[in-house]
Design a protein. Structure first.
Length: 398
């Protein structure tokens, strides 16, 4: 590894905490240590921080404060949403619609539901990773209880037509869940305009602390409440209004709220800055390195995501060589990066197995600079050339 500098370009896997968030979390570790359910003043102080954090996060997606439920992660939020809806609505129907490119935090719970007798439709995607809305309409039956489609893909960055999906779900009176872990804090989200009923998010993807997530659950009306279409899957004390029983992580949640506040304030400017860096990388690589291609939609994608395919070599080798030069990247989802199987996302968009193994995900972030990109673009070409020369898949490079 290059000791002189290290450049972090794996922000889709996790982000470094913003110093302003660290300060907020540290403050509450020192001052707000009470149990937010306690009646004494120290506990009530924690409760007030919890309330304020809920308001900040709710306002960022145009939701009501009481529709926000804190969890330990985006994965837990996904599981509560999926199993909670399935348990509540199993008498009404057993059909669920999702996609072939979901994160494993969504895909695996659905596979578990299949074992329990639920019928799953995994919608195909096009070469850009986008669903066809006609396929969605055609998949709906009178037993469909849930449509669950990710907001933006964690590997290739493509953003699904969420507003149109929400409109279809609303027209057919079907619950709509979206895993927004990658999109939350990066692109504008309005749960009312988009007709989203359930939304999962995680703090560590937007410069907040790990171990904190949230689930938005639309309140179906004052009398009906969220219990109209979802039930808890965990049981314990009364925390989070019985939806997620466990003593809440107040310092972490305060940090989550601070991260959301910063993301909301800086989104417009930061998004444009990242798009400029993203497109610079894409353009330069495609113009200067032979036999490579972009995975995902060229424009309808997250501001920070670049997923490139390089023929005749494996992405893992590129990642390791870049790491030796002091650059952190990945081949795709960090949750499955140790698997020898090719990415299910890349296979779903039509890549062959050997092509799927040749992908490199570069995800820039708030702290990525022009100089970082200069260094990355300097180091990448000789790595690609060297690996192709020794590759058993090779087209020999002269």
């Amino acid at each position: 590894m290059n000791d002189s500098r290290y450049i972090y370009l794996d922000n889709a896997a996790t982000t470094p905490m913003d110093p302003r968030v660290i300060e907020e979390v540290y403050k509450h570790f020192k001052e707000t240590y009470g149990n937010s359910s306690s009646l004494h003043s120290i506990g009530q102080k924690a409760g007030q921080i919890l309330l304020k954090s809920r308001e900040i996060i709710a306002s960022s997606i145009n939701a009501n404060r009481d529709d926000i439920f804190f969890t330990s992660s985006g994965t837990e939020a996904d599981n509560i949403a999926i199993f909670g809806v399935a348990s509540k609505n199993k008498e009404r129907g057993n059909h669920i619609i999702t996609t072939s490119i979901e994160h494993h935090a969504v895909e695996n719970p659905y596979k578990e539901l299949e074992k329990k007798g639920f019928e799953l439709t995994f919608l195909p995607v096009d070469n850009y990773g986008l669903i066809d809305l006609k396929d969605l309409e055609n998949a709906i039956t009178d037993k469909t209880i849930l449509i669950s489609i990710m907001f933006a893909n964690n590997e290739i960055g493509s953003i699904e037509p969420i507003k149109e999906i929400g409109a279809i779900a609303k027209k057919h009176n079907i619950i709509f869940h979206t895993d927004a872990v990658q999109a939350f804090g990066k692109v504008p989200i309005d749960v009312n305009e988009m007709n989203i009923d359930l939304l999962s998010a995680s703090a560590h993807k937007l410069y907040g602390p790990k171990g904190v997530g949230m689930l938005y659950i639309r309140n179906k009306g004052v009398k009906e409440g969220w219990g109209k279409f979802i039930v808890p899957i965990m049981y314990g004390g009364g925390h989070e209004r019985d939806m997620r029983p466990s003593t809440v992580n107040v310092p972490g949640i305060a940090g989550f709220a601070k991260a959301v506040e910063l993301a909301r304030e800086e989104m417009e400017v930061e998004s444009q800055r990242q798009i400029k860096l993203r497109d610079r990388i894409i353009k330069w690589v495609l113009e200067n390195i032979e036999d490579c291609y972009l995975n995902g939609h060229p424009t309808q994608r997250l501001p920070n995501n670049i997923n490139l395919g390089f023929k005749y070599i494996e992405g893992e080798s590129i990642v390791l060589d870049l790491d030796m030069e002091g650059i952190a990247t990945s081949t795709g989802s960090a949750c499955s990066s140790k698997s020898l199987e090719p990415s299910h996302v890349l296979l779903a968009i039509g890549l062959k197995r050997e092509e799927a193994h040749g992908s490199l995900r570069v995800s820039i972030g708030r702290f990525t600079t022009e100089e970082d990109i200069d260094y990355f673009l300097e180091k990448l070409p000789p790595i690609i050339e060297r690996l192709r020369k020794i590759s058993p898949l090779k087209k020999r490079v002269k």
